[in-house]
Design a binder for this molecule. Structure first.
Ligand SMILES: *[C@@H]1O[C@H](CO)[C@@H](O)[C@H](O)[C@H]1NC(C)=O
Ligand SMILES: *[C@@H]1O[C@H](CO)[C@@H](O)[C@H](O)[C@H]1NC(C)=O
Ligand SMILES: *[C@@H]1O[C@H](CO)[C@@H](O)[C@H](O)[C@H]1NC(C)=O
Ligand SMILES: *[C@@H]1O[C@H](CO)[C@@H](O)[C@H](O)[C@H]1NC(C)=O
Ligand SMILES: *[C@@H]1O[C@H](CO)[C@@H](O)[C@H](O)[C@H]1NC(C)=O
Ligand SMILES: *[C@@H]1O[C@H](CO)[C@@H](O)[C@H](O)[C@H]1NC(C)=O
Ligand SMILES: *[C@@H]1O[C@H](CO)[C@@H](O)[C@H](O)[C@H]1NC(C)=O
Ligand SMILES: *[C@@H]1O[C@H](CO)[C@@H](O)[C@H](O)[C@H]1NC(C)=O
Ligand SMILES: *[C@@H]1O[C@H](CO)[C@@H](O)[C@H](O)[C@H]1NC(C)=O
Ligand SMILES: *[C@@H]1O[C@H](CO)[C@@H](O)[C@H](O)[C@H]1NC(C)=O
Ligand SMILES: *[C@@H]1O[C@H](CO)[C@@H](O)[C@H](O)[C@H]1NC(C)=O
Ligand SMILES: *[C@@H]1O[C@H](CO)[C@@H](O)[C@H](O)[C@H]1NC(C)=O
Length: 757
């Protein structure tokens, strides 16, 4: 096996050299090997993809102070991996465990096992702590679930002596029909160390004691291997993913954004490539190297202008393939051993390890149609491709893409029509019964416990209806007659009429108006409660809706509504959704955006990015803690939310005057132009808000492609600096080093026309 892959690599390199030698400008064969590393959040992350495998390996960085060293391996194949901790055997020692990146490579074993290996150097005697081999979801349960473990996922010690250890995880449904499916973690001593292993005394229940004994004065080297016989999925290379730069008819902005991506000279192209596969896009690594519908579609919305039709259609197809029989779209696909576990819990153990598709999100259903409409109707590379795409037969279920899409169209329409007839709170969309979550703020406290979210009702429902109307009018979907209350109308007319009601009425349910001096008092209480400084409230707040002593009311939109319609009074970044997805956004709404884009805590902007929630104005002061800087969706920065706001403002300003050098994503302007375009003072204030936003974004340039970060605050300088969420989060929620939708920034230029890279 080794010989074969070596000679293949050798041949490939020969081909490359030959091409170089014969013609400098020739197209190089695409480089299938992806290898890069990123240090962030106290971890070194190593990424590898070649013809055999895709893998991420994470090792606590030597610069981190923690005494415990963590090693994580994640393979998208079966969403499989291993998690293990090493502690110094003598607790007073400082232990270093470092990975030698030149030894990182794919590896194979009998029974179609494929995975990754690398050498780890141990500076000290160590002992192995908690270890989980198998499902990444089981690893996440432990890391993010305050140490939750399930006995059903126990490994067995398949081999142990003084130089090697093999921990084997046999899948719950791993032996059916003559197959032996599972995963393995191997540790093999290479030099200057030995293993001292004492087996547990209670079968598989008690883990063995595994000590690594390093020779005095030496560094012990251990080869680690993690393999599974889940099938490897093929990745999409940079060259297949991104359009080439420099093609005719590209706008200057698009050309700037594309530079270095398709030829792979820009490392970010490899990073996106690492997350994308020939049958689906994955959301982020290490925690989410599997299918997520929302992440795929939001990332597409940003990246589509840069992508080849093949890549875009792969991701769109993956969404359609996973629709359920009523037309709802899949949030997360659970595969591998964890699927068996979920099926057993749902009293469906007869399904074995068939994937479990989760439909609990109410926003996911609403992203597909706007994304399709933008691709097929607005982007040059999507034009003319709809009918061939929609004629495809799904492979995960029966039906053509068109038939499956039609179900989603009907499903979303049915949910939107009651509010069209009777626009009241009851007819707004609410999280599904019994679900504490349902939109991107996917944590129990994410929407401040309100089940009626702002983003879905104010932005996504009307956007879905407008996009439905556009697709129907263009003939991409059937614009058939619909009979409603004895009136016959077309699908397009009905969807547009419903959209108008949602656009006009939904936001008013979320509107909060607080007396200016009351708002000021709440801000002062908040800075004290959150250990911030009052100095943050003074200074350049001239554009603020309120100033000290001013009685102008503070007006903003709630994060969500409680079941009874009362608002959760948390200022938030979900304003961005209507800017990027919506139609007929009003000047009043944009004014709220201008006001939200002020320094935190009056607004959302810190010197290290835009926070997604700000409970400073909330009369319910318990939300100060519920959505604090340790909460996954609290006063923390999600990179893609900044991208959404930036892309949304660019789209709205583009409706007034198009600045071709700064536009990557073409958005047809409405006719006539929005009336606020004529109000120069107002347009200037929106441009100023855009500038403030980008200054804030630039303040954490180094973190821009990660998932999420929080802040630490310096009371003497009054400045924020980025901080690692994992360290302060009570659940241990950590940030992925690479997150697909954060790479949306590749499709954005700042107001000067520069890339973020
Ligand atoms: C491997 O590590 C060396 C030394 O730290 C570094 O210079 C090199 O860039 C790394 N290789 C990759 C592929 O990141
Ligand atoms: C751990 O590694 C870091 C960085 O390589 C080094 O500076 C430090 O001296 C090492 N500590 C020990 C105890 O080996
Ligand atoms: C088996 O599961 C139990 C309960 O989760 C846990 O305490 C134990 O450490 C596990 N043993 C192994 C070998 O994974
Ligand atoms: C430990 O087991 C491995 C794998 O079976 C074998 O290659 C090695 O020689 C053994 N080491 C010792 C010291 O017996
Ligand atoms: C085993 O084979 C039977 C008959 O082909 C099939 O119905 C069943 O789904 C298979 N089970 C698994 C776990 O693959
Ligand atoms: C190996 O482990 C056993 C039991 O845990 C212990 O008694 C013994 O001292 C250890 N040997 C070394 C060399 O650390
Ligand atoms: C031994 O393992 C069983 C489960 O396999 C568990 O219920 C029991 O508590 C364990 N006993 C001890 C002494 O750990
Ligand atoms: C590890 O422990 C062994 C046995 O106790 C000892 O001889 C050795 O010096 C220790 N290694 C280091 C690096 O401290
Ligand atoms: C890759 O493309 C960029 C511009 O998009 C160009 O500057 C660079 O020279 C290209 N590199 C190669 C190896 O073709
Ligand atoms: C599109 O993707 C398919 C499947 O991955 C592949 O076979 C085909 O060659 C690709 N076409 C282009 C133009 O890249
Ligand atoms: C999967 O494993 C569970 C637990 O052992 C068992 O109850 C179930 O029958 C298995 N399902 C299949 C399809 O083999
Ligand atoms: C779309 O769905 C509607 C309502 O279920 C149905 O009447 C119509 O025939 C479907 N059209 C297609 C093309 O599947």
């Amino acid at each position: 096996m080794h010989l074969v892959s070596l000679s293949l690599a050798f041949l490939l390199s020969l081909v490359r050299i030959l091409v170089h030698a014969t013609s400098g400008a020739a197209i190089l064969p695409s480089d299938t090997d992806v290898k890069f590393q990123i240090e962030t959040g106290g971890n070194n992350n190593y990424f590898l993809r070649d013809a055999l495998t895709t893998a991420q390996v994470l090792v606590s960085s030597s610069s981190s102070n923690a005494s415990v060293r963590r090693v994580v391996v994640a393979l998208p194949a079966g969403n499989t991996g291993a998690l293990t901790y090493f502690l110094p055997l003598n607790l007073s020692d400082k232990l270093n465990v470092t990975l030698d990146n030149s030894t990182l490579r794919s590896t194979t074993e009998d029974f179609d096992n494929v995975g990754v290996q690398a050498n780890l150097a141990f500076s000290q005697n160590a002992t192995m702590g908690v270890t989980i081999v198998g499902a990444v979801r089981a690893m996440r349960d432990y890391v993010e679930g305050s140490g939750t473990m399930h006995e059903i996922f126990n490994y067995t010690v398949a081999h142990a002596n003084s130089t090697s250890l093999r921990l084997h995880r046999q899948w719950i449904n791993g032996t059916a029909n003559g197959t032996f499916k599972g995963a393995d973690l191997y540790l093999n001593i290479l030099s200057d160390a030995q293993l001292n292993i004492t087996l547990g005394n209670n079968g598989t229940f008690t883990p063995p004691t595994v000590n690594v004994i390093v020779q005095e004065g030496e560094t012990g080297v251990i080869q680690m291997r993690v393999l599974t016989n889940e099938s490897t999925i093929q990745g999409i290379d940079s060259g297949e993913l991104f359009l080439p730069a420099g093609s005719p008819n590209q706008s200057d902005g698009l050309d700037t954004a594309l530079k270095g991506l398709s030829n792979g000279t820009d490392v970010h192209a490899e990073q996106v490539s690492f997350l994308t596969f020939k049958d689906k896009f994955t959301a982020g690594g290490w925690r989410f190297l599997t299918y997520f519908g929302r992440d795929s579609m939001i990332a597409l919305r940003f990246l589509m202008p840069l992508l080849t039709p093949n890549a875009t259609e792969t991701a769109l197809g993956a969404v359609i393939e996973r629709a359920n029989s009523s037309g709802a779209l899949c949030h997360e696909e659970t595969i591998g051993d964890y699927a068996s576990f979920v099926n057993i819990q749902n009293n469906q153990s007869e399904l074995g390890n068939q994937p479990f598709y989760d439909y609990k999100m109410i926003d996911t259903d609403l992203y597909l149609i706007p994304t399709l409409a933008h691709y097929f109707l607005d982007l040059p590379q999507g034009r003319g491709r709809a009918s061939a795409f929609l004629r495809r037969n799904a492979s995960l279920q029966d039906g053509t893409y068109l038939e499956l899409l039609n179900r989603t169209v009907q499903y979303n329409l049915a949910l939107a029509l009651p509010f069209r007839s009777t626009p009241n709170v009851t007819n707004l969309l609410s999280f599904r019964p019994g679900q504490p979550v349902g939109n991107w703020r996917d944590s129990n406290e994410g929407t401040g416990y309100g089940p009626i979210p702002f983003d879905v009702n104010v932005a996504l429902v009307p956007a879905n209806l407008r996009a439905t109307a556009r697709l129907a009018r263009s003939g991409i979907i059937d614009n058939g007659a619909m009979v409603l209350r004895n009136t016959t109308t077309t699908l397009a007319d009905l969807a547009d009429a419903a959209a108008s009601v949602w656009e006009e009425k939904a936001a008013s349910f979320f509107e909060i108006s607080i007396n200016g001096s009351v708002a000021e008092e709440r801000l002062q209480n908040y800075v004290a409660a959150a250990n911030l400084s009052e100095a943050l409230l003074s200074g350049t707040t001239a554009t603020a809706g309120i100033e000290a002593g001013n009685t102008v009311n503070k007006i903003f939109y709630a994060l969500s509504l409680m079941e009874d319609g009362s608002p959760v009074e948390v200022l938030n970044s979900d304003l961005g959704f209507a800017l990027l997805y919506g139609s007929n956004v009003t000047q009043e709404y944009l004014q709220r955006v201008v006001e939200a884009l002020q320094p935190f805590p009056r607004g959302l902007l810190t010197n290290i990015g835009m926070v997604v929630a700000n409970p400073a104005y909330d009369s319910n002061t318990t939300n100060t803690e519920v959505l604090n800087r340790a909460a996954y969706h609290g006063t923390v920065v999600w990179s893609w939310q900044q991208g959404l706001m930036a892309a949304g403002i660019a789209r709205q300003l583009g409706f007034c005057h198009s600045n071709a050098s700064a536009i990557v994503d073409p958005n047809p302007a409405p006719l006539p132009k929005p009336s606020w375009c004529g109000n120069v003072t107002f347009v200037d204030s929106l441009v100023a808000a855009q500038t403030r936003l980008w200054t804030s974004i630039r303040g954490a340039n180094d973190s821009i492609f990660t998932e999420v970060w929080t802040y630490s605050f310096n009371n003497s300088t009054n400045l924020f600096s980025p901080a690692d969420l994992a360290i302060i989060s009570p659940q241990g929620t950590e940030s992925d080093a690479i997150q697909l939708w954060s790479y949306g920034f590749l499709g954005l230029l700042d107001p000067n026309g520069d890339t973020i890279r």
